[in-house]
Design a protein around this ligand. Structure first.
Ligand SMILES: [Zn+2]
Length: 69
């Protein structure tokens, strides 16, 4: 899977590429990467499911020290 930093806040094209806004940083960047990854891995999932699980996983990984650089 490829992750591209761009001007969008986030985009998953249901393929091997996730696009993340270049200006995102901190926990918002981590949550966006996870959010778009969940879309890629669960193409039929509803947005609410992706948001809830993405936020929960981002919170956990943030507490463990995960960062997007
Ligand atoms: Zn979404």
């Amino acid at each position: 899977m490829e992750v591209v930093i761009d001007r969008l806040s986030g985009l998953c094209a249901y393929g091997p590429t996730i696009i993340i806004e270049s200006e995102l940083d901190g926990k918002e960047a981590l949550e966006t990467v996870i959010h778009e990854y969940l879309h890629a891995m669960n193409p039929g999932a509803k947005e609410q499911y992706i948001q809830e699980h993405g936020e929960a996983l981002a919170n956990l990984l943030w507490q463990l020290g995960a960062r997007v650089s």
